[in-house]
Design a protein around this ligand. Structure first.
Ligand SMILES: *Cc1c(COP(=O)(O)O)cnc(C)c1O
Length: 439
């Protein structure tokens, strides 16, 4: 595979005259030579800005710093760069300084839902564990922008140990999602230590890694790294491709290594205005992903983080994209479109409506072509009342009920064994006014 183009060679030599392919493919060389200044960006890309533009960029950079790997920079096309999806995701935009009234520094309340530093425990059975504070590239659309440029550091073992202890002492957790920063920027040894410690905890069933490394620094995916990861299976990995142009030969090589190591791969795309807010680009992206054994997992609505307003699209754009995918292409190429609820409510899936109406006998549905169809409900279905006593049920699940988490939310309203009949917001005035003497 042609992983070193003459364009990349020229960039490498501008960085270091003696640089060769070996340097270029060395992930530490890439990190050491990450582009952090506007002047250096101009020098390496040949793109030039006016003094006035540069001054404005500098103000933006003071708030949200710049860092681009030479590899990712090499994917920018100089002609038409203003519209280039790689440029837009990696280079400063003065609109980052605009803070609209609905935006927040921590819209997902990740810092709030944090029982110990580094852990966000939002869902009953899984946690987000921030194990690295370092990124190879600073994505301009980062939802944790508030943390970017905090001094880059690898959390110490004692810091990580606090998170590990929390996980160890919380038996409901069965799934740990390592994120950051980028977990794959830890050394192989450090990652090995964290994974070994997690694997010692009996209730941990799966470990997931969220990483943009295959996109921005594919050379980090070495044989040694892959061998380290596969010692700790089941390991799943979600990456973050946003545009088909990012799926290069180098990226494919990295993905191939991970997939060959038996790591199921998923992808989380962020819907970004002027980058990928187009049904055709999205379809091309998901096709390229599945061709390379990556399952599109989530399509994210852009968060309400400060400085991202120029990246945000209406939710309608996401629905339009989903409409163009569902039914039109392979089911496993279709991601789930989610909105991460501001305030910490977690991910909420949204999609076009396919259920048009229903009666007790029939359900009316429409398909992707607009065909309207009816489904006859069964007439002989025996309604079962579930008391959660699996031992006396013919369905033969027979699990130990003690380890089950009680139903919450709508699941609880639907259940037969819980007497809750409504969910009422805590500040409901009508309920507060109620005369409690009748109760
Ligand atoms: C996204 C996320 C998860 C994982 O959610 P899944 O839907 O299981 O992928 C877990 N914790 C937090 C805080 C998250 O934001």
């Amino acid at each position: 595979m042609n992983i070193y183009t003459s364009h990349q060679q020229k960039i490498a030599e501008k960085i270091q005259p003696s640089a060769d392919l070996k340097n270029w493919k060395d992930w530490k060389w890439q990190l050491r030579n990450a582009i952090k200044t506007i002047d250096q960006f101009e020098k390496l890309t040949g793109i030039t800005f006016t003094e006035k533009e540069k001054q404005l960029f500098k103000t933006t950079q003071d708030k949200f710093p710049l860092s681009i790997t030479p590899y990712y920079l090499s994917l920018i096309k100089k002609s038409n760069y203003q519209y280039d999806p790689i440029f837009k995701q990696s280079f400063l935009d003065n609109r980052e300084l605009i803070v609209s009234s609905s935006e927040m520094s921590d819209p997902l309340s990740e810092d709030h839902d944090s029982p110990v530093p580094g852990i966000t425990h939002r869902y009953p059975d899984r946690v987000l564990f921030l194990v690295s504070n370092v990124c190879a590239m600073y994505c301009r659309h980062c939802t944790r922008k508030r943390k970017v440029g905090d001094t880059d550091h690898i959390p110490s073992k004692s810091h990580i140990q606090v998170g590990l202890d929390y996980i160890k002492n919380t038996p409901q957790i069965r799934d740990v999602l390592l994120s950051g920063g980028d977990p794959l920027l830890l050394s192989d040894e450090y990652l090995d230590w964290i994974l070994t410690e997690l694997r010692k905890i009996p209730h941990i069933e799966v470990i997931r890694i969220g990483s943009r490394i295959p996109v921005v620094l594919p050379y980090r995916v070495t044989d040694e790294l892959v061998n380290t990861l596969k010692k700790h299976h089941p390991i799943w990995l979600n990456t973050h491709f946003n545009h088909p142009r990012e799926i290069t030969d180098s990226a494919k090589e990295a993905i191939n290594k991970l997939a060959n190591a038996g790591i199921p791969l998923g992808n989380q795309t962020v819907l970004l205005a002027d980058v990928n807010d187009c049904p055709r680009i999205m379809k091309k992206l998901v096709h390229e992903l599945v061709r390379n054994r990556i399952r599109p997992y989530y399509l994210y609505q852009c968060d309400l983080s400060e400085g991202l307003s120029h990246f945000r699209t209406p939710i309608g754009k996401g629905i339009e994209i989903m409409e163009s995918l569902i039914g039109h292409t392979s089911g496993f190429a279709v991601p789930t479109y989610v909105i991460d609820a501001p305030g910490g409510g977690g991910k909420i899936p949204v999609m076009p409506n396919y259920l048009i109406s229903w009666s007790t006998n029939k359900v009316i549905l429409r398909n992707y072509e607009g065909v309207i169809t009816s489904y006859q409900e069964p007439t002989n279905y025996e309604t079962t009342i579930c008391d959660r006593n699996c031992k006396e049920c013919n369905l033969e699940l027979d699990i130990d009920g003690a380890c089950e988490i009680n139903a919450i939310g709508i699941e609880r309203l639907l259940s037969d064994y819980d007497e809750t009949i409504s969910l009422i917001p805590s500040e409901n005035e009508r309920v507060e006014r109620r005369d409690t003497s009748y109760e």
